[in-house]
Design a protein around this ligand. Structure first.
Ligand code: DNO
Length: 356
């Protein structure tokens, strides 16, 4: 595995590349052209400039999170082919720049959903949290307003204000889209992009739905072991793979994390590893420290499963708590993610040594 950290680019991130490098644990960067809208082509020069910036800081460029998929592609509207053409062009440019892993998601309207961005824990740290009871009380059209006050002035992925300004239209667009249609649109998209992925050896890594159940009546299809297996079989090409995100996939306690990792052998191209703590029933959780004993997941068993399947892709700590008075994008401060990286590297080293 290669330990990485997500970075949003010097214009958007509160964390610098030199800080990330000094963690020592993190060797690679997962980044994006954060200003690009879905459907827009990423030009080769822009990609190369970003890559140079990362490499000049002494870090490796480990992949993209995300090249976002347009709503036209997700709903399968007439103009989707134009957006798919643009996506293919972007992949070609990434491939020519030597980039081989692209994370994306196929969630309608909202990317990941949380009801609180700064829930206070007894030790004074703050974490992101989800409560179904709170969701049931929110008008989806006001979702953005209800959390935006806690974004610390940052732009959160999937929650861009321009996009949220159109949320009503977005709901309208998805009104006839059920699980089966969404799945068919996903496989249509994947079949169209596989040739360029084959040509440039680009691993596509779909991000699980977060949370793993329908929110506001919107369909979810990347949310169980069965559905993940269905997807990799439907487009049976090794470049059609998964971002195994424990904190998203694990929101449903029915999803068994190590077991699913074993089942996906060869098709996990990227891993996000973090822990959750469940509170009041199953659909109420908060993002704990990465440490097993701080949450619900057995992090050792997760890392061991990744080791056992021969996982050799990029891995990253995921949403961190906000600690030590840091002010950053919720989930994406430096300090707790650095602790997470150190912990995951420690587990990994122990597993490697015990097995050799
Ligand atoms: C949240 C992230 C998601 C993820 C996208 C992938 O912090 O895990 O925004 O990057 O869903 O496209």
């Amino acid at each position: 595995m290669q330990m990485t950290m997500r970075w949003y680019g010097s214009k958007y991130d509160t964390v610098t590349l030199s800080q990330i490098r000094q963690t020592a644990y993190v060797k690679g960067i997962i980044t994006t052209l954060y200003n690009k809208l879905p459907g827009e082509v990423w030009e080769k020069e822009e990609i190369l400039a970003l890559k140079k910036e990362v490499e000049d800081a002494g870090l490796s460029f480990a992949g993209i999170e995300s090249v976002n998929v347009s709503d036209a592609i997700k709903v399968g509207s007439e103009n989707r082919d134009k957006d798919i053409e643009a996506y293919i062009e972007t992949l070609k440019n990434l491939g020519e720049a030597g980039i081989h892993m692209v994370c994306y998601n196929f969630m309608p309207v909202f990317d990941w959903t949380r009801t609180e961005l700064a829930r206070k824990r007894p030790d004074g740290s703050t974490v992101m949290a989800y409560s179904q009871k709170a969701v049931d009380k929110i008008n989806p059209l006001e979702m953005f307003e209800s959390i935006s006050g806690d974004m610390n002035g940052t732009v959160m992925p999937g929650w861009e204000p321009e996009r949220m300004a159109k949320v009503k239209e977005l709901f309208e667009l998805y009104k006839d889209i059920d699980e089966e249609k969404l799945f068919a649109n996903l496989t249509y998209f994947l079949n169209a992009i596989m040739p360029v992925c084959d040509k440039y050896d680009i691993n596509m890594a779909i991000h699980p739905d977060d949370p793993a159940w329908n929110v506001f009546g919107l369909p979810r299809i990347i949310n169980s072991k069965e559905n993940l297996l269905r997807l990799i079989k439907a487009v049976d090409n090794p470049h059609n793979g998964i971002t195994f995100c424990t904190g998203s996939f694990g929101t449903s306690l029915k999803n068994k994390l190590p077991e699913t990792i074993y089942a996906l052998k060869g098709r996990i191209h990227f891993a996000h590893v973090r822990n959750l703590q469940f509170n009041d029933g199953e659909r109420d959780f908060e993002e704990s420290a990465h440490l097993s004993s701080d949450g619900t997941f057995d992090m050792h068993a997760i890392m061991k499963a990744l080791y056992d399947i021969g996982f050799d892709g990029p891995i990253r700590p995921d949403h961190g708590r906000m600690i030590w008075d840091e002010v950053a994008m919720p989930g994406y401060g430096l300090y707790d993610r650095a602790l997470g990286a150190a912990y995951l590297c420690g587990l990994w080293e122990a597993i490697v040594k015990e097995n050799s």
